[in-house]
Design a protein around this ligand. Structure first.
Ligand SMILES: [Zn+2]
Length: 149
């Protein structure tokens, strides 16, 4: 049984991110986004999920375009920096039009993204895996899922 509660902490983080990264997040209306924590069921694969409110759910949540659910047991394991990045990530799924979801741009292996950056293919100064400096390729923790929202 999942327990959802409205969450002011993530909403406050979102407001700060909106102020600082207005050039990226722009016209997003934070009042149209519902911030929830899910307290009981730890998700093995997800830290959070963003859902668009549409169709039948719009009847009850007519004042929201999106709902972002943070899984609290995973949230507690994150550093403040990781929490802020996670909220930014979820906000970036939301669109100013309230009608669509932005999909992820990047798909890569964890070892490569962690060692060389997700932007390696656009970065001419990226480290060389066969260069002088040895690069450690580190696999993700075993309980870390493939599916991230
Ligand atoms: Zn995502």
């Amino acid at each position: 049984m999942a327990t959802y509660v409205p969450d002011m902490e993530t909403q406050a983080i979102a407001r700060n991110l909106m102020r600082r990264y207005s050039y990226l997040l722009g016209e997003l209306n934070i009042e149209k986004i519902g911030f929830l924590k899910e307290l009981d069921s730890p998700s093995k694969t997800k830290l959070a999920v963003t859902k668009r409110v549409d169709g039948a759910t719009k009847i009850y949540y007519s004042d929201k375009d999106y709902i972002i659910i943070f899984f609290d047991q995973r949230w507690q394991e994150l550093t403040p920096a990781q929490r802020n990045i996670l909220v930014l990530h979820e906000l970036m799924h939301c669109q100013a039009d309230g009608e669509s979801m932005r999909a992820h741009d990047v798909q890569d292996f964890y070892e490569i993204a962690a060692a060389f950056g997700a932007d390696w293919c656009f970065n001419p100064t990226v480290r060389d895996p066969l260069g002088e400096e040895k690069v450690d390729l580190i696999s993700k923790p075993a309980n870390y899922g493939d599916e991230e929202s």
